[in-house]
Every structure is written in structure tokens, then in C-alpha cells.
Design a protein around this ligand. Structure first.
Ligand SMILES: Cc1ncc(COP(=O)(O)O)c(C=O)c1O
Length: 378
């Protein structure tokens, strides 16, 4: 069996079927060198300077490309560094389309692009079917940016349909798949041109590193521009973080399975509970995006959910201060469960309901997490 035949689970467990050719080590070394010697004809080898690329990063990129079915992948020093490099390729005067509710850091970046670089951004409502089609201007829109399910209301975007819309108008489709790592959804297979992850979240999985990933269907001109942007802006992933990311990814499939099972149990428990206005989770059959999510994830609905608490912002914040297991902190995707009053974090421009609590579900026991939320709500 060659490494090309391996399942994603086996590929992950073996960090890309890695065995060091020289030493037999089953864990890749951390190449901390920032610079690489030329040969006696003064020719550069594969590596020159580690802001361009480094061997530890290259190993993690190799595994990421395989996971996504991509021609190439690039690792960045954070998710936002990756998103910034992607949008650095958007020329002034361009028209970009993105969801009105989305990761607020990316929304802020788009607003700045609009203010400073004459880029027109059309925000569409991801909860409304047909809204993306209506926002795209055929022949004019150059980039469609979506999230697989939007953070933090978890409206599901039909990636195959979005790809059709983008293709028909001659635009590139970039997909933020942070909430649905490639063990559950492969955005390039669904028609995306470029897939993005904040690897700080599920890919790393332990809340101990910042990283971002872009993976591309084709290593085309735009991709070369993104690579050049990474070098120019200095957003490359450091060797230690690349090593840590690869280590975290070895258990991604196991972590994600447990986290998603916990999330489903929690969502089912709180749906319809007095004091809870709504549970926003695509795994619930009542969720408007349930069928699309089922189709594009193969039936795993992820480990992010939000609760709308009766009593408004103050009641929601009170719950977030009373949990004992859920840690009141931002971020998501780690093995520990987190709770967050999202509107407080996003500030005055937030489109998020004031009574929304975002939960990132970890690998603890579901019954203990449920009991913790129950006592915080009581
Ligand atoms: C959906 C999503 N996209 C992008 C980002 C940005 O990633 P990073 O914090 O690694 O820069 C985040 C971070 O919270 C996120 O949740």
C-alpha cells in the first residue's frame, strides 16, 4: 500500500506516513534553522530562508494537502495571516461577496478593504436561501468567501451550490472550513477553489498554538501570488508551531468524533428546555440547514453550537460566569469546552443576537457538561 491509498485516519495517525529517511525516527524533527547553505556552485537547495519556507512546515503542508485533496497547501502563523494573504490578491475596484454573519475578524478585514482599497463588499444573509445568488454580480464579482457554517449562528452554507454560483459569475470561491475539518467536510471536492482553516482550532486541537492554512485545488497564478504574499508579509508558520500542529493533527479524527457526539447530546438535551429560546446546531432535525449539513459532512454535525438564552444579554452573561467545567473564554476547537458571550467579544458592529452564548464542545463527558450547564442556568 502506498501512502496515496491511505485513509485520512491512518494518514493523520502517522503524520503523513512519516519515517525519517536518515534516522528512522517516527516523528519529524523540528528544523529551527532560519537560513540554509548553498552548494559549491553557489546554487540554492530546496530551502533558502525560513520566511519563504521551512522543512517542518513543508511536512505539515504535505499532510494538509493530502487531507484536503489539494494540489498544494500553505501554513501560516495564524488564521488571520492566511486570510490576509488570500485577500491581498484582490485588486482595487474588485467586488467581493461574503456572509453578513461570519468570523468577525474576517468581516473587519473586508470592511477595511472596502474603506481603504476601493473594494466593494456585498454582505448577504446566510440564513436566507437565494441570498448569495442575489448578492453575486455575474462578470463583476471576483471573490465569493463563505464559511461552511457561519460563526456563531451556524447557518449552513451549501458549498456545492455556492461553487456553482461562483463559477457562473467567473468568481473564485474561498471557503472558511474551520468548523468542519477535512475529516468531515472536504470543501475542494464540493467545488471550492481554495479552502481555509484557522488551524488554531480543530486541526491543532489543544488551544496551544496559532496557525492558519490555505489549500488550493490548482497551483495557479493566484496561488503563486498568495505564496509571494506570505513571504512578503512574513506570515509563515514557525517551525515549532508546525511541529506542534502536526502532533495535534495525529488525533484529529478521534477528537472530532467525540466532540461532535458530545455536541449532539448537549443540543438534544437543551432543545425546548424552558429558559432556552433556541439551540442553534445543524445536527438538530429542526435546524433549517440540517439536510444540507448532513449531505456535505457525511452526517457529523460538528462540535460548535449556540444557545439563545431567555432574558437577553445580561441573563446570557450571567450563565457564562456560572459554569464550572465550561471555561469562559474565546476560541474554539480545543479538547476543553468553552463558553462565550459572543456579542461582548465582537463589539458594536456585531450582527450576533445579544442573548447568544457560543459553546465549543470538548472531549469531556457529555453528561458532566450537561450537568454543568444545567446548574449554571438554574
Ligand atoms: C471561523 C474562523 N475563521 C478564522 C479565524 C481566525 O483564525 P486565527 O484566530 O487563527 O487567526 C477564527 C478564529 O477564531 C475563526 O473562528
Amino acid at each position: 500500500m502506498t501512502s496515496n491509498d491511505l485513509s485520512l485516519d491512518t494518514l493523520l495517525a502517522q503524520a503523513g506516513h512519516f519515517v525519517d529517511g536518515e534516522t528512522g525516527a517516527v516523528v519529524p524533527p523540528i528544523h529551527s534553522a532560519t537560513t540554509y547553505a548553498r552548494n559549491d556552485r553557489y546554487e540554492a537547495a530546496d530551502y533558502i530562508y525560513s520566511r519563504n519556507a521551512n522543512p517542518t512546515g513543508a511536512q505539515v503542508e504535505h499532510v494538509l494537502a493530502r487531507l484536503e485533496g489539494a494540489e498544494e497547501a500553505l501554513a501560516f502563523s495564524s488564521g488571520m495571516a492566511a486570510i490576509s494573504a488570500f485577500f491581498d490578491t484582490v485588486g482595487s475596484g474588485a467586488h467581493v461577496v461574503a456572509p453578513r454573519v461570519m468570523y468577525h475578524g474576517a468581516a473587519e478585514l473586508l470592511r477595511r478593504l472596502a474603506e481603504r482599497h476601493d473594494v466593494e463588499v456585498g454582505f448577504f444573509d446566510p440564513s436566507q436561501p437565494g441570498a448569495l445568488d442575489a448578492a453575486v454580480r455575474p462578470g463583476r464579482t471576483s471573490v465569493v468567501w463563505v464559511e461552511t457554517c457561519v460563526n456563531p449562528t451556524w447557518d449552513v452554507i451549501d458549498i456545492r451550490a455556492a461553487a456553482g454560483t461562483a463559477r457562473r459569475s467567473g468568481a473564485v470561491l474561498g471557503v472558511d472550513a474551520t468548523a468542519t475539518p477535512p475529516v468531515t467536510l472536504r470543501a475542494l471536492e464540493l467545488g471550492a477553489d481554495i479552502v481555509f482553516h484557522s488551524a488554531t482550532k480543530y486541526l491543532g486541537g489543544h488551544s496551544d498554538l496559532l496557525a492558519g492554512v490555505l489549500a488550493t485545488r490548482r497551483a495557479d497564478e493566484r496561488w503563486e501570488e498568495i505564496k509571494a504574499a506570505r513571504t512578503r508579509m512574513g506570515g509563515v508558520l514557525g517551525a515549532f508551531e508546525a511541529w506542534l500542529l502536526l502532533r495535534g493533527m495525529r488525533t484529529l479524527h478521534l477528537r472530532y468524533e467525540r466532540q461532535a457526539a458530545n455536541a449532539l447530546a448537549i443540543a438534544r438535551h437543551f432543545e425546548g428546555r424552558p429558559g432556552i429560546e433556541a439551540v442553534l446546531y445543524p445536527g438538530l432535525e429542526s435546524h433549517p440547514g440540517h439536510e444540507i449539513a448532513k449531505r456535505q459532512t457525511g452526517g457529523s454535525f460538528g462540535a460548535m453550537l449556540s444557545l439563545l438564552v431567555e432574558g437577553g444579554a445580561e441573563a446570557a452573561k450571567r450563565v457564562a460566569t456560572r459554569t464550572r467545567l465550561f471555561v469562559p473564554a474565546t476560541s474554539l476547537g480545543g479538547v476543553e469546552s468553552l463558553i462565550e458571550h459572543r456579542a461582548s467579544v465582537e463589539g458594536p458592529l456585531s450582527a450576533v443576537p445579544a442573548n447568544l452564548l457560543r459553546l465549543s464542545i470538548g472531549i469531556e463527558r457529555a453528561d458532566e457538561l450537561i450537568a454543568d450547564l444545567e446548574q449554571a442556568l438554574a
